[in-house]
Design a protein around this ligand. Structure first.
Ligand SMILES: *Cc1c(COP(=O)(O)O)cnc(C)c1O
Ligand SMILES: [Zn+2]
Length: 428
């Protein structure tokens, strides 16, 4: 198979009009600004670029204007850099997922007030639908007709689905050892799926090279500044669902670190824009011990994140060289939070604990977050008396493998009453 270059006649920067609050890309390190184009690195200092907004345009957004919007992430379009022209908006209806009160899990952990923000309820069953909706809408605004990505699985599924829905060509690159559930649920949409003999960091490096060769929108490479903004909606929604206020503590899984930094960005924006009171909050990060570069940097008290070679069942979090790791460290340290990591056994226990207490079947990443919550409590780093939101970012049906040995029938018996009773399954 050959991957022919695809060049669109209209591909070019977005000319920001009055409806779009995004006005430029700006360097997170030196502040240099660039047009809203498919680019993600500052040519002055090589630091990542992010979207810069016109503050007056952001200030047009009110609680009422948000509440009048659709029951999906596009209710926050006034705070996002894409999707302003409904004709180019790419949406399968992601967002506005349940914020589930979790009283049984709270009781088991000795906590006072706990919620699970359950993003397994998204159209392709992970939080990636948020970033993909925004990235593909931006790709269309930028004139692309082909979208691509490097993925640990959930992004692949989401890009393939949204591209199919929008009639865009998709080229998805993944590590060859992905969970079967994620391979099948990506391939079914009929786009191009390429399995790479290497880990995610190898896939990502190849994508950076391909992005230099082909005029495709790589959702987490050249359009990453747009993509990343989609994660802000996980912050907006929690605040809105709590009745327009910020939670005191949040626990968020870290892969590249982007989600964690954007939830913080969302909380700060809401406060600055007067949509919530600026109450203090602490951000906690969750990683697997088998891929813990950000947790290790936090523990060592250093600013640089040393890459690791991932080996964990939490494949969706297996980024050994996380692009936003240093920014995640900044957020956690600034807010007085912490970052911890848990073993694969603890991850499985976390999945089962959440399922048993709240009826939510999380994927391994959710197991990481619940297990890290438990560890943070045990170590006295997270306050059991403060209101806490834990983020479940994916669906357990996609990662059955770690459970097939232990999540099994209580008994296997003949279809007879006597067999049922002999197996001790009756009431006494
Ligand atoms: C991608 C992903 C994350 C974290 O994403 P980053 O923004 O890269 O830190 C968390 N959970 C799941 C299930 C994911 O797929
Ligand atoms: Zn710069």
């Amino acid at each position: 198979m050959t991957l022919a270059p695809e060049r669109s006649a209209q591909s070019g920067p977005i000319t920001s009009d009055d409806t779009n609050p995004a006005v430029a890309l700006s360097c997170r390190h030196c502040g240099a600004t660039y047009p809203l184009a498919p680019t993600h690195v500052c040519v002055e200092c090589f630091a990542p670029l992010e979207i810069a907004y016109d503050e007056d345009r952001l200030r047009r957004v009110t609680r009422e204007s948000i509440e009048a919007g659709p029951l999906n992430l596009w209710r926050y379009v006034g705070l996002l850099p894409a999707g302003h022209d409904p004709a180019r908006r790419v949406s399968l209806g992601a967002g506005f997922t349940p914020l589930r009160p979790a009283p049984r899990l709270a009781a088991e952990l000795g906590m006072r007030k706990l919620w699970v923000k359950d993003d397994s309820a998204n159209p392709t069953h992970s939080f990636k639908d948020r970033v993909v909706s925004v990235a593909l809408s931006a790709a269309r605004d930028l004139g692309f007709t082909t979208v691509a990505c490097a993925s640990t699985g959930n992004l692949a599924h989401s890009v393939a689905a949204h591209a199919a829905h929008a009639g865009l060509r998709s080229i998805v690159l993944v590590p060859h050892d992905l969970e079967a559930g994620k391979t099948v649920s990506t391939a079914v949409y009929g786009g191009t799926l390429v399995a790479i003999q290497g880990n995610y960091d190898d896939v990502n490096r190849l994508c950076s090279e391909l992005a230099g060769e082909y005029e495709w929108a790589f959702v987490n490479v050249n359009v990453r500044p747009f993509y990343a903004e989609g994660s802000k909606t996980l912050g907006y929604e929690v605040a809105e669902q709590l009745g327009w206020r910020l939670p005191a503590q949040v626990v968020i899984p870290i892969a590249s670190g982007s989600l964690l930094t954007k939830v913080d960005k969302a909380f700060r924006e809401l406060g600055r824009l007067g949509l919530v009171e600026e109450t203090p909050y602490r951000v906690f990060g969750a990683q697997a011990a088998g891929c813990n570069p950000v947790a290790a940097a936090f523990a060592r008290g250093v600013d640089t994140v040393a890459p690791v070679r991932p080996s964990t069942i939490a494949k969706s979090l297996s980024i050994g060289n996380p692009a936003d790791g240093p920014y995640a460290l900044d957020v956690v340290r600034r807010t007085g939070g912490s970052i911890t990591d848990v073993t694969d056994d603890e991850i499985v226990d976390g999945m089962k604990l959440l399922a048993r207490t709240e009826g939510v079947f999380a994927e391994t990443a959710g197991g990481v977050t619940v297990a890290c919550l438990r560890r943070l409590l045990r170590e006295g780093l997270l306050d059991p008396a403060e209101e806490t939101v834990v983020y479940n970012t994916g669906d357990g049906l996609k990662t059955l493998d770690p459970l097939v040995e232990t999540a099994v029938p209580t008994a296997t018996i003949k279809a007879s009453l006597s067999a049922f009773e002999a197996a001790g399954l009756g009431d006494d």
